[in-house]
Design a protein around this ligand. Structure first.
Ligand code: DGL
Length: 281
């Protein structure tokens, strides 16, 4: 499909969550073409083992590479925590060392200092992300005096994947996890939504969270970090396809689930009408 060694930017998530990252990336870098892949048929990833998350993520990355992507963003904290490093170090050199796979955890942590004054930082994430302690390790590496407090919210992704994010029933599960994390450490003054699905619950989380606690905007941060990466890597930038007319580039949506179902839900989350295609991995 692509020509001259150029291709779109691939954005991968287990399901709908990565759309929150895609939206911010397209806002910051509208000129490029994108392919979004949601592995909805096998979501959620957050309760799966390392091996499975790695295998599913690698299959998805390979699919995006076959579609011509030179650069793939794992717009999924669980995949960034459990698969990114192995793919970068073990798989990429054999597949094509000129291609890149980037994650969302490191760029988010790099900006933490702007959001906390107590250094007590909460992380809401999937059980997989929290158990991996990837955030804790990155945070203590970059900010040795900080205190990361990880907290898993196992019900949040299923609520979102099943279209319940905006309904009243979700309030209970949101309130409960806020109560629990603040019980672990009342000095928390910033929280990372360490799962790309969670911004879809943003309004509810903000409503039930004490006002002085900031919510760290991962989508915006990842988008800015990608823009910066492309400025620093002109050889990669020159291999990205863009809109031929000079305006907004295209975005192709792929899902491993039913495409009509994905299109309805994704249109709702993105606030624009989209048409997805079903693929098999
Ligand atoms: N959106 C993904 C994340 O950021 C994972 C959700 C899931 O599949 O459990 O962690």
């Amino acid at each position: 499909m692509p020509h001259n060694n150029c291709g779109p930017i691939g954005i991968f998530d287990s399901g709908y969550g990565g759309l929150t990252i895609l939206k911010e990336i397209r806002k910051a870098l509208p000129q490029y073409n994108y392919i979004y892949l949601g592995d909805n048929a096998r979501a959620p990833y957050g309760t799966r083992s390392f091996d499975i998350v790695y295998r599913f993520t690698l299959e998805s990355v390979k699919h995006l590479f076959n579609q011509g992507c030179r650069l793939v963003i794992l717009a999924c904290n669980t995949a960034s925590a459990k698969a990114l490093r192995t793919i970068q170090q073990h798989d990429l050199p054999g597949i094509d060392p000129s291609r890149r796979v980037l994650g969302v955890i490191r760029p988010t942590v790099e900006r933490l200092g702007e959001y906390t004054s107590t250094g007590h930082v909460g992380i809401f994430g999937t059980p997989g992300t929290i158990q991996s302690e990837s955030y804790d390790m990155e945070i203590t590496k970059l900010y040795p005096g900080y205190r990361p407090i990880g907290h898993a919210c196992p019900m949040w992704v299923p609520l979102i994947e099943n279209g319940e994010a905006y309904n009243d029933g979700a309030d209970y599960f949101v309130k409960q996890e806020i109560f629990r994390i603040l019980n672990k450490d009342p000095e928390i003054d910033a929280i990372i939504l360490g799962c790309t699905h969670y911004p879809l619950l943003y309004d509810k989380i903000r409503r039930f969270l004490p006002e002085h606690i900031s919510l760290i905007p991962q989508g915006e941060i990842v988008a800015n970090s990608l823009a910066d990466y492309l400025r620093r890597h002109p050889q990669m930038e020159s291999r990205l396809t863009r809109s031929s007319t000079g305006d907004t580039g295209s975005c192709i949506y792929l899902t491993t689930e039913n495409n009509a179902k994905f299109s309805t839900m994704a249109s709702l989350f993105l606030g624009e009408s989209i048409n997805a295609t079903t693929i098999e991995l």
